[in-house]
Ligand binder design. Structure first.
Ligand code: CP
Length: 298
C-alpha cells in the first residue's frame, strides 16, 4: 500500500513524477468555485444558510475554525485571508466581532461577503429582511417600520434603517433611550404602545447582553413589561401588520414566547429567505455579471 508518512516513502522517480504532475495543466483545470466560510463569532442562521446556499449551488466549501487555525500562533487576519486567496479560494464569507474589519484588508484580491461585523453592518440580513417585507407588502415605499429594542448594539438596525429610508419607508424607533445612538435620538421615537398601534412591521431586536458588560438595569420580566412585544400589545396591531426578528430570540424578553410562531410572525420565513438571498449574492459575486445592466424598479 502506497503511503506518504515521510519523504523517504518516495523514490526519486516518484518525486520527479509528482513535481511534473503538479504543473500539469490538466491537473490545474477548475470548473467549480470554492468558497471559504470564516466565522470569528458564533452564528447559526447566517453560517448554516450560507452553507445550505453553497450546497444547493454545488459550490465547494472550505470550513474554518479560528481556534484550529494558525491565528492561534499569532498570524494576522490579513495573512490568514491572504492564505485562502493564495490556495485558490474564489470568495470569502466572513463574520468578525470588529466593526469595519474589512478596512484592514485592502491588499486582498478576492471578493468578501460581510456576514456581520461587530455593531456595524449585516448586509445579507438586510437583504433577507427586505425580501420578506416585499413578499408581504409588494412595495417598501410608505411602509411604516418600527425598529424596537437594543438599537445601539445592533448591526441589523443600522443597516436596515438606512436602506429602508432609501426605499421610501418610514422608520421609527422604540426602546430604552440608553440603547439609542445619538442619530436615533433625534429621529421619530414612539412608546411601545404607540408603536404597536401604528406599525406595518414591528422589527424586534435581540437584547445583546454579551455586549452590555454586565450593566443591565432590567430583569427579563420588567424589560418585557416595559419595552417588549407582549401578547396583549400584539392584539393592538393592525390586522395586516407583521412581526420580524433577525433571531436568535430571547423568548419572553423582547418578544413573548407565544408570538415567536404566531400567525403574524415572519421569523422563520426570514430564515428561509436567508438561503435565497445568500444564493443570489454568492452567484452574483462569483459570476461577476447579472446586475450590471439591471434597471432597478424601486
Ligand atoms: N440573524 C443572525 O445573524 O443570526 P446568527 O447570529 O445565528 O447568524
Amino acid at each position: 500500500m502506497k503511503q506518504l508518512r515521510t519523504f523517504k516513502d518516495l523514490t526519486l522517480t516518484e518525486i520527479d513524477y509528482l513535481l511534473q504532475k503538479a504543473e500539469d495543466p490538466f491537473m490545474n483545470q477548475r470548473s467549480e468555485k470554492t468558497v471559504a466560510n470564516l466565522f470569528f463569532e458564533p452564528s447559526t442562521r447566517t453560517k448554516y444558510s450560507f452553507e445550505m446556499a453553497e450546497a444547493q449551488m454545488g459550490v465547494n466549501r472550505l470550513d474554518f475554525s479560528a481556534e484550529a487555525s494558525s491565528l492561534s500562533k499569532g498570524e494576522s487576519l490579513y495573512d490568514t485571508l491572504r492564505t485562502f486567496e493564495a490556495i485558490g479560494t474564489d470568495l470569502l464569507v466572513i463574520r468578525h466581532p470588529k466593526s469595519r474589519f474589512y478596512e484592514e484588508l485592502e491588499g486582498l484580491n478576492i471578493p468578501i461577503i460581510n456576514a456581520g461585523d461587530g455593531a456595524g453592518d449585516h448586509p445579507t440580513q438586510s437583504l433577507l429582511d427586505l425580501l420578506t417585507m416585499k413578499q408581504e407588502f409588494g412595495c417598501l415605499r410608505g411602509l411604516h417600520v418600527v425598529i424596537a429594542g437594543d438599537i445601539l448594539h445592533s448591526r441589523v438596525a443600522n443597516t436596515n434603517a438606512w436602506i429602508l429610508k432609501q426605499f421610501g419607508a418610514r422608520v421609527s424607533y422604540t426602546g430604552p433611550v440608553e440603547w439609542m445612538p445619538s442619530h436615533v435620538r433625534t429621529s421619530e421615537i414612539l412608546t411601545m404602545d404607540e408603536a404597536v398601534s401604528q406599525a406595518d412591521v414591528m422589527m424586534m431586536l435581540r437584547i445583546q447582553t454579551e455586549r452590555h458588560g454586565g450593566t443591565e438595569q432590567w430583569t427579563k420580566e420588567s424589560y418585557h413589561e416595559q419595552y417588549g412585544l407582549t401578547e396583549s400589545r400584539e392584539k393592538e396591531m393592525d390586522s395586516r401588520a407583521i412581526i420580524m426578528h433577525p433571531a436568535p430570540v430571547n423568548r419572553g424578553v423582547e418578544l413573548a414566547d407565544k408570538l415567536v410562531e404566531c400567525p403574524r410572525s415572519r421569523i422563520f420565513k426570514q430564515m428561509q429567505n436567508g438561503v435565497k438571498v445568500r444564493k443570489a449574492v454568492l452567484s452574483y459575486l462569483l459570476e461577476t455579471k447579472g446586475a450590471r445592466n439591471y434597471e432597478a424598479i424601486v
